[in-house]
Design a protein around this ligand. Structure first.
Ligand code: PMV
Length: 339
């Protein structure tokens, strides 16, 4: 067991034997956003972003983050989000700088251009695809030649769910046991599901009042209902993985929706209560349940925000779109999305 800080672990172990200077002037990378079907909610260790349980997600194909890194001659890093320079003390820039300081030599300054292909208002231009793309771009800029497992650990240090954003398709993040998190990494599942659709339903662009980090911390510290969460999350993870292998959409959808609602129940029971839903979120949930009663098989999942993600299959796409004309429909396994 080690008591290394994340920065010591990255330099001494993850990047052991690798030269620390950039190998090229510029590097580009893309990583997809992802939606967890079985959620990550709670850290067993906060500095390394180590989760209490494993989780399983599906990546959102062309909805994600493009990042370009350029070495610059300047006193500090320059951070651009969708073409707009971000103040160094903004939440976005400081999170990136903290992560870069884990391994970047003090004299290396970068211009970071990050562009999201997912509407920012959807609250989905998450840190997951951002840190996924940063990890891939740094691997190229510094010529590390790390494998994706190591890059998954590095991305996790920026944001837990980023560990799952390096691949297309279904991705599983195993909780791991080690105190330095070397085994808390994700990997892609071989199954494909060409008929699967994920619909992004933006019901409110109100910005997130409480970050996932703070929300998880508050839930663990104050919610009695959290005590039952790890057992359910582990069982749901297994059920969803089996449903994927069996191609059982009903089982996958029901378990994913139940998992998300249970996660939100743990938050509602926190103190002060944590409710990410807006009135429009609840109205949309009721519409989903109404559709199901009418025989349209559609399920919902939600993260730490007011918007819904709908799960359905291609044969129901027209009916789901008729009920939710504003839905942004994604094909995670479209033929042009290579795994
Ligand atoms: O990776 P973070 O710290 O943004 O946390 C993500 C938490 C959820 O989105 C609610 C669940 C998940 O597994 O993505």
């Amino acid at each position: 067991m080690t008591n290394l800080t994340p920065a010591q672990w990255v330099k001494n172990e993850l990047l052991a034997g690798r030269d620390r200077q950039p190998k090229t002037e510029q590097a580009n990378a893309y990583a997809p956003a992802n939606i967890a079907l079985s959620k990550y909610w709670g850290k067993r260790e906060a500095t390394y972003n180590l989760p209490v349980t494993g989780s399983l997600s599906v990546s959102l194909a062309d909805h994600g983050t493009h990042t370009q890194l350029s070495v610059i001659d300047a006193p500090s890093h320059e951070v651009f989000l969708n073409g707009q320079q971000q103040a160094a003390d903004s939440g976005f820039a400081s999170k990136l700088e903290t992560w870069l300081s884990l391994f970047t030599p003090a004299n290396t300054k970068l211009r970071i251009d990050t562009r999201n292909t997912i509407p920012t208002a959807a609250g989905l231009a998450s840190s997951a695809s951002g840190f996924g793309a940063m990890s891939l771009a740094c691997n190229e800029l510094f010529g590390w030649q790390l494998d994706y497992t190591s890059l998954s650990a590095l991305a996790r240090l920026g944001s837990g769910s980023a560990s799952r954003s390096l691949w297309h398709g279904f991705v599983k993040w195993q909780a791991g046991k080690a105190s330095n998190g070397h085994d808390s990494v994700a990997y892609v599942l071989p199954e494909r599901w060409p008929q699967l659709r994920v619909g992004i339903l933006t019901v409110s662009s109100a910005s997130k009042a409480v970050s996932s980090r703070e929300g998880m911390g508050r839930t663990i510290a104050t919610s009695k209902l959290y005590e039952q969460w790890p057992a359910q999350a582990n069982a749901d993870l297994e059920t969803i993985e089996q449903a994927i292998m069996a191609g059982d959409f009903t089982r996958m959808g029901e378990t994913a929706e139940h998992n998300a609602m249970s996660m939100h129940a743990t938050m509602v029971a926190a103190w002060p209560p944590l409710v990410y839903w807006q009135p429009e979120s609840v109205a949309a949930m009721q519409q989903v349940w109404q559709l199901r009663q009418e025989g349209v098989e559609v399920y919902l999942t939600m993260d730490a925000g007011p918007n819904l993600k709908l799960l359905f299959e291609a044969d129901n796409e027209a009916k789901v779109l008729a009920a939710f004309p504003q839905l942004d429909v994604i094909q995670p396994f479209a033929s042009n999305v290579s795994q």
